[in-house]
Design a protein around this ligand. Structure first.
Ligand SMILES: CC(C)(COP(=O)(O)OP(=O)(O)OC[C@H]1O[C@@H](n2cnc3c(N)ncnc32)[C@H](O)[C@@H]1OP(=O)(O)O)[C@@H](O)C(=O)NCCC(=O)NCCS
Length: 167
C-alpha cells in the first residue's frame, strides 16, 4: 500500500492499490479491485466501489460514493455529497449486472460542485466545472462551467477555476 494513511475506522478490502501519500479519513470503504493513485484525499464516508480507478492528486470530499463504471482522472475534485449513477433505468427486480453499467468519466482537473448529480454515460471534460446542485445529463466540454437542472453551459473557465467568459 506504500506510504499512505488509512484511518482505523475505514475498511480496505483485499486486492486494492493505494498510492503514496494518499490519505483516507474516517468511515470509508474501498472495495476489491479499486486503484487509488498517489497524493489523493478521501474525506469522511467515501465509498470507492469495485474496480474503480482514481488517478493521482484527486480530492474527494465527504459522503461520495464512486460506483463501478465511474473513472476519475488526475487532480479531479469531487465536492461533498456528489452523486454518481451507473444504470440509467434501474429496476430492483431486473438487475443489469456490472458488465452493463454505463461508463462515466471525470477527466483530468475537472471539478464537481457540492451535491451535483452525474447521470451515467457522460464525460466531464478536462478542467470542466459543475456548479453546486447541478444535474448533468450530457457530456460537459473541457474548460466549461455548467449549472442547473438539467445542467446547461454557463461560462468558460480556466485551469485555475476562474470564470473567463460567460455565455
Ligand atoms: C457555479 C459557480 C462556480 C458560480 O460561481 P459564482 O462566482 O457564484 O458566479 P456568479 O456570481 O457569476 O453567479 C452567476 C449566476 O449564477 C447563479 N449561480 C451560482 N451558482 C449556481 C449554481 N450552483 N447553480 C445554479 N445557479 C448558480 C447565481 O445565482 C448568479 O445568478 P444571477 O446572475 O441570476 O444573479 C458557484 O456558484 C458554484 O456552484 N461553485 C461550486 C462550489 C462547491 O460546490 N464547492 C465544493 C467544495 S466546498
Amino acid at each position: 500500500m506504500g506510504d499512505s494513511f488509512v484511518h482505523e475506522s475505514s475498511i480496505i478490502d483485499e486486492n486494492v492499490k493505494i498510492g503514496t501519500g494518499t490519505k483516507i479519513w474516517c468511515f470509508c470503504h474501498v472495495q476489491s479491485g479499486a486503484e487509488i493513485g498517489n497524493g489523493c484525499s478521501l474525506g469522511q464516508n467515501v465509498n470507492i466501489a469495485n474496480n474503480v480507478k482514481i488517478g493521482n492528486g484527486v480530492k474527494i470530499q465527504n459522503n461520495v460514493s464512486v460506483y463501478e463504471g465511474v473513472e476519475v482522472e488526475d487532480h479531479a475534485f469531487l465536492g461533498p455529497s456528489v452523486v454518481f449513477t451507473n444504470d440509467l433505468t434501474p429496476r430492483a427486480e431486473y438487475p443489469k449486472g456490472h458488465d452493463n453499467y454505463l461508463k462515466t468519466m471525470i477527466k483530468k482537473g475537472a471539478t464537481i460542485g457540492a451535491n451535483a448529480t452525474i447521470v451515467c454515460g457522460n464525460t466531464i471534460g478536462e478542467y470542466a466545472m459543475v456548479g453546486a446542485g447541478a444535474v448533468v445529463t450530457k457530456d460537459v466540454k473541457p474548460f466549461t462551467l455548467v449549472v442547473g437542472n438539467p445542467a446547461y453551459e454557463y461560462a468558460k473557465v480556466d485551469e485555475k477555476g476562474n470564470i473567463i467568459k460567460k455565455f
